[in-house]
Design a protein around this ligand. Structure first.
Ligand SMILES: [Zn+2]
Length: 171
């Protein structure tokens, strides 16, 4: 690896450290020519195969950009989006393959986005899964409601405890 300061063709590793989660290695390097030090980070490559067949490196920024529009006007912070992109990357890396289809990224986004914000999820899913009728929305909403009911049951808030959470008009 060449020196970023003087472009000398070689550099020497003076220290290596594995990240806590084991996903990357930081190397401290020194240039034998100008003696300056710099750090490199080594991660396993993760390539995205686009529909055209071209590949590009996986990018969390692109995940965030892809989801941001669906989150407009929703109580979703930049931190939430960064965390979502991180979870998406972990899911994709967890699949163990170095190359993934662009389609799989959308699939990996759906789960965490549903937990983050149901409205943003519906917007994203409607585009990604090409909803073309009210029935598609209806099915997605029914599934969201069923999951929510399951969560509440699991959390021990139902039956009987959900009255306050779902106030209804009394007139
Ligand atoms: Zn140098």
């Amino acid at each position: 690896m060449h020196c970023p300061f003087c472009r000398h063709a070689d550099s020497r590793v003076v220290d290596s450290r594995t990240a806590d989660d084991g996903s990357s290695i930081r190397r401290r390097r020194q240039c034998p020519n100008c003696q300056r030090r710099f750090t490199t980070i080594e991660t396993a490559s993760l390539s995205v195969v686009k529909r055209s067949g071209a590949t590009e490196p996986f990018s969390r920024d692109k995940v965030v950009a892809g989801v941001r529009k669906a989150c407009q006007g929703r109580p979703v912070s930049a931190d939430d989006l960064a965390l979502l992109a991180q979870r998406v990357e972990e899911t994709l890396r967890g699949s163990g393959s170095a190359e993934i289809d662009a389609y799989e990224i959308g699939l990996a986004i759906l789960g965490p986005l549903r937990e983050l914000d149901e409205v943003a999820y519906l917007r994203f899913a409607s585009v990604y899964q090409a909803f073309d009728s009210l029935d598609d929305f209806d099915a997605a909403i029914t599934s969201l409601r069923a999951e929510r009911a399951e969560r509440e049951t699991a959390a021990g808030t139902a039956p009987g405890g959900s009255v306050e959470e779902a106030p209804t008009a009394s007139t």
